[in-house]
Write a protein that binds this ligand. Sequence first.
Ligand code: HEM
Length: 153
Amino acid sequence: MVPLPPPRPLAVTTLGVRWLHVLAATVAVGGGVLTWLRFRVEPFDGEGRDAVRLARAYEWLFWAAVGTLVMTGVGNLGAFAPTLPGGAWRATLDAKLALVVVVLVGSAVRTRLLVRVRRSAGGVPMRLLRRAYGATALGLVALLTLAEVLAHG
Ligand code: HEM
C-alpha cells in the first residue's frame, strides 16, 4: 500500500507570512508615495507643518512596515530551506538585499532629518524633505520591482 503524503500545515503558514510581507510592502510603498506627493503640493497652512505631520505619521508606519518586511522576508527565505535556488534568482535576491540596506541607511538619515525639523522653530526645508521622501518612494518602488522579478520573473 502506498503511504499517504504527510499533511502540509506549513503551506498556510507560508501563505500567511507571504501575505504579511506583501501587506507591509504595500503600506511602505503607498505611504512613501503619498508623503512625497504631500510635499510636492503647496502646503495648506503655508508653512509645511501639515506635510510634516503626515511625514511623522508615515515614519511610524514605515519603520513598523520595514521591521515586518525584514522578519517576514527571512520567513519567505525559510520556505526555500534547506537550499536557496541559485543563478538569476540568487542574483536578484542579492540585489534586493543590497537595496534594502541602502533604503534602510537612507531612511535613518531621513528620519533624523524630520526629527530635527520638528524640534526646530525655524521654517520647514520643503525641498529637502520632498527629495528625501521622493528618494524613499523611488527606492521602495525599485525594491517592489525586484521582488516581483524574484517571485514571478
Ligand atoms: C530583508 C528583507 C527582505 C527579504 C529577506 C525578502 C525576501 C523575500 C523572498 C525570499 C521572497 C519570495 C520570492 C520567491 O517566491 O521567489 C519575497 C517576495 C516579495 N517581497 Fe521581499 N524580502 C525583503 C524585503 C522586501 C521589501 C523591503 C519589499 C518591498 C518594498 C519586499 C516586497 C516583496 C514582494 C512584493 C514580494 C512578492 C510577493 C509575491 O508576489 O508573491 N520585500 N521577499
